[in-house]
Ligand binder design. Structure first.
Ligand code: R5P
Length: 283
């Protein structure tokens, strides 16, 4: 079995190959003068595992090229740790593209794995056996180790910044034996949200705001403001997918957040929690 590292998931793919004690294939790619990408996988095995997140359109094209380059393999597994466009999972207005469905339909493989994809409903649209892996236990284990490394006192309260994050937050809180709560959010625009004022039992406590994605950071900042109004002590931000678009990290730190922690579904400086073993176990 060969692990085929997509350019957007090189570190994660390397760690999966290490965890599975299997070979990491080489890939060659460059851009032609007109901007089109050339891609070659010179050496493949009968079973290949392609690992490529798709935060940008070009990453998605690369993924299609990788699958095509490996078409002589007897078995192709595709891991899309961060599946871009997943939030456009339905038609919010008449005539819109259901982008998540459109992109999923174009992926053909034997198996597809995503990680905490925004809406698991998208899995039915892949032309493959598709499964979503849950990184909640990995996040829970990381938070538990942080607690041990610091003063070992009380668990933090885990907060879901919208209803969509409740299941993830519940799961991590149960792992830790911690309290959790949620707030209600309305999206106003691509980078602005409104949240409903709510009484939260966080006075004097450490809090972790946990979401599936941090994109512009607007959701984290507004949630943090509410937590401060409720007397929270230290506030941390955590997520599965650290998209961190534009100046998101600055916005978050400027709001007084102590730290950002995320998994390595996207290769960012805050990606301190690895999902490599989770992927290795699934494969
Ligand atoms: C949306 O439903 C997602 O779960 C996240 O809450 C959202 O992507 C966060 O976006 P932002 O960081 O731009 O507020």
């Amino acid at each position: 079995m060969y692990i085929i590292p997509g350019p957007s998931s090189q570190v994660l793919a390397g760690n999966v190959a290490h965890a599975m004690q299997c070979r990491l294939a080489g890939t060659e790619f460059f851009r032609f003068p007109d901007g089109e990408q050339y891609l070659r996988v010179p050496d493949i095995d009968d079973h290949v595992v392609i690992i490529q997140s798709t935060p940008a359109d070009s990453d998605y094209i690369t993924l299609l090229q990788l699958i095509d380059a490996c078409d002589a393999a007897g078995r192709i597994d595709v891991v899309i740790p961060y599946f871009g466009y997943a939030r456009q999972d339905r038609r919010f207005k008449q005539g819109e593209s259901v982008s998540a469905r459109a992109l999923a339909r174009a992926i053909t493989a034997d198996r597809v794995f995503t990680i905490n994809v925004h809406n698991r409903g998208v899995l039915q649209h892949f032309d493959a056996d598709a499964a979503d892996l849950d990184a909640a236990p990995v996040i829970g284990a990381h938070l538990a180790s942080m607690k041990t490394e610091t003063d070992g006192s009380d668990n933090p309260v885990i907060i879901a910044p919208d209803k969509g994050a409740i299941e993830l937050v519940r799961s991590v809180a149960e792992y830790l034996g911690a309290d959790f709560d949620y707030i209600e959010k309305t999206r106003l625009s691509g980078d602005d949200v409104a949240i409903k004022t709510k009484k939260l039992d966080v006075a004097g406590k450490d809090v972790v705001i946990l979401d599936d994605i941090i994109s512009t950071g607007g959701t984290i900042v507004k949630t943090s403001d509410l937590l401060r109004e409720n007397g929270a002590d230290r506030v941390f931000a955590a997520c599965i997918h650290p998209v961190l678009a534009r100046n998101a990290a600055t916005r978050i730190f400027s709001a007084g957040i102590e730290g950002i922690m995320a998994t390595d579904t996207l290769d960012r400086s805050v990606s301190v929690i690895s999902v490599a073993q989770l992927i290795a176990d699934a494969i």
